[in-house]
Each structure stands twice: as structure tokens, then as C-alpha cells.
Design a protein. Sequence first.
Length: 381
Amino acid sequence: MPIEPDTKDWTWTLERACPECGFDAPALDLARVPDALRDNATLWEVVLGTDDAAVRPSPHVWSPLEYACHVRDVNRVFAGRVRQMLEDDGPTFANWDQDETAETDDYGSQDPATVAAEVVAAAEEVAQVYEGVGGDQWQRRGTRSNGDVFTVDTLARYHLHDVVHHAHDVSHVTKRVTVASYDAWAQEYAAGTAEMPGSVRDAVASFAARLPAGARVLEVGSAAGRDAEALEQAGLSVRRTDITPAFVAMLRAAGHDDAAVVDPLTDDLTDPTRDAPYDGVWASASLLHVRREDLPDVLVRLAGAVRPGGVLRLAVKEGDGARFSTHGHVGAPRHFTFWREDGLRAVLEEAGWEVAEVEHASGERDDWLDVTALRREDRGR
Ligand SMILES: C[S@@+](CC[C@H](N)C(=O)[O-])C[C@H]1O[C@@H](n2cnc3c(N)ncnc32)[C@H](O)[C@@H]1O
């Protein structure tokens, strides 16, 4: 079934942040463009590996496979356009009808594995083209067949928004893939992280010091329960939860019958064991898997489950953008959203949390933001 052609003029995205995908083209640091394109390709590679990559969510919406073909071709077309702008003076680009291409090239019947390799190669190629742009070259011009004039600078911003927006279009897949990866690698993850790093031990101690003995804490992302044990040894009472069923099965097998599969974005967070809000939330290296656009809702929901003055501790990776990555004790792809201090503070404060402390820590492969926040009396939105 043909898709309604996209006749929208998207050039407004150069002037303000996109309300749908959150991409802020005017604020973009152009030096980030090459790696942001490579990161984007990691997502398509993973999405194309899912069983239902070729299935349209509804008859008029492209399947992840069709989006991936489009992103591959966008990367190829934009590589050509940037080269033209660098080599010729004020070229006019040949018209590229994306909807016609999708039909004539029959995107929906292409082989997902082949497309995965092509999308990565196309991203790498165009990333290298942008890496070769320097100084005044960012201001070289080119004109689209409809008369819109771009510079290399505005074309790069427009281009990156396009592929980031399409990643957003298929982002329902990211949680499913991440949880499936933990589910398949739960034993290895548990074995590989059994020993608590000194930094986490210190964080447990300072979290516990902010709460009275016996305080009730909701843990988001307990995994095999290493941190919960330490929190309990520090005098707290912990409700163990995880979005990954295999971790919850391990916790139950270890005698924690009340451990529960909980998605903090959608599931009821109230404490089944008592009729009172929690005194705190421990979310160490778990909310880093929540999509950027979902974290505000998760933080509002956590604020709703905690008493005023209650303590939240969360650790996320510091950086820009989001990417799939396979590393550490989980040999399958997981989706990570990176945060900067300012953005994270804003989201926390909007959600009803007062930020008490932000620590920047260097890890083996990534930097971390370790945040302690207190539930405000008034709860934000
Ligand atoms: C890197 S592990 C951290 C586990 C444990 N807190 C630790 O520090 O070792 C990430 C945890 O987040 C959970 N998780 C994955 N996706 C999530 C999501 N969308 N929301 C909340 N937790 C998620 C995983 O099941 C896993 O337990």
C-alpha cells in the first residue's frame, strides 16, 4: 500500500527544536555531526535485526525496514550534495523524490541484513565527507530544486534532524531490544558485576545517610540485587524491581519473593507492602536506558511515588545523543541515552525534584553523572 507522500516543508526545523523528536538544530555543535550520524546508524543496524523489521505498524506507516532504506538513501544523497557544494559554485541539486524512490526501489521487500550493512556504510561515508569540511567551507551554498537555498552548515543540521527524527519514528523498538538483550545475558551480567565498585559503595553510604533507619526505598533496575543487599546492610528496606524478567526470576530464586517486573514508565509504582509513599528511590545505571523523551514522565511518576523530602539517586552516562552499543557483560545491543548536567537538571526540576548534588565521574569507557535529588513539597507537573 502506498504511503501518503510527505509534502511537508521541514525547513522550519532549522529555526527551532523539533517538538516531536527533540532534535535542536540551531543548538547543534557541527563538530558532532559525523559521530551523530554514525551513532544513528547503530540504531538501524539493531532495528533491522528484529523479527518484525519488515512489518508496518499500520498500513500507512513505513516499517522499520522502509525507514532504514530511506535513511540509507538520505545519507547517500546528502553525501552527494555536500560534495557538490564543495566542488561546484552554487550548484542546484537534482530533485530527489523520496516517496517515489521508496516505491520504485521497493523498500519493503529489500533484505534487512543487506540494508543494515548499507546503512552503516552510507553513514560512514557521509560522516567522512562532513569531517572534511573546514572553516569557510561551511558557508558554501547550494539550492534545492524547489528554490530553497542551503549552506553546508544548514544542510548538515537539516540532514541530521531527518535521520534522528526517523530514529524517533521507530523508537518503540529500542526498549524491546534492550530488555531482550538483558534477558538473554542476565547470568553473565550478574556474574560480571557481582563485585561492587568503591564508587557505588560510597554512593550507597551517602544515600543511606540522608534517610532514617528502616526507610523504605524503591529500587529501579535491581538486576541480580547487588545494590539492594548493600542498601539493606546500610539499614534501609528495599523493594526490588526490574523491567527485565530474567533478573526478577533470579531475585525470586534468591528468596526475594516480592521482587517484581516493573517498567517505571508504565507500571504502577505504589508499594504493595504498605499504604505509604516511599522514602527514596535508588536508580543506579538503569534510567540511562529510558528514551530521552520518556525520562520526564518517568521522573514525574517517581516523584508521585515518594514522600516530600524523599531522596532520589540516579546515575546516567554523561554525553550527547543516544546510541545502541554492545559492550561489557552484555553481548547484545542495548540502547543508551546520554545526558548533560544542564538538561538533566531541567528535567528533574520540572518533574518535582530539587537537585541536591551532581557528581561527574569517569568510568572505564564512559563518563557518568551521579545525581542526588530531593522530592519537592510541590510536585511540578
Ligand atoms: C546497567 S544495568 C544496572 C543494574 C544495576 N542497577 C547495577 O547498577 O548493576 C541496567 C538495568 O536497567 C534495567 N533497564 C533496562 N531498560 C530499562 C528501562 N527502560 N527502564 C528501567 N530500567 C531499565 C535493566 O534490566 C538493568 O537491570
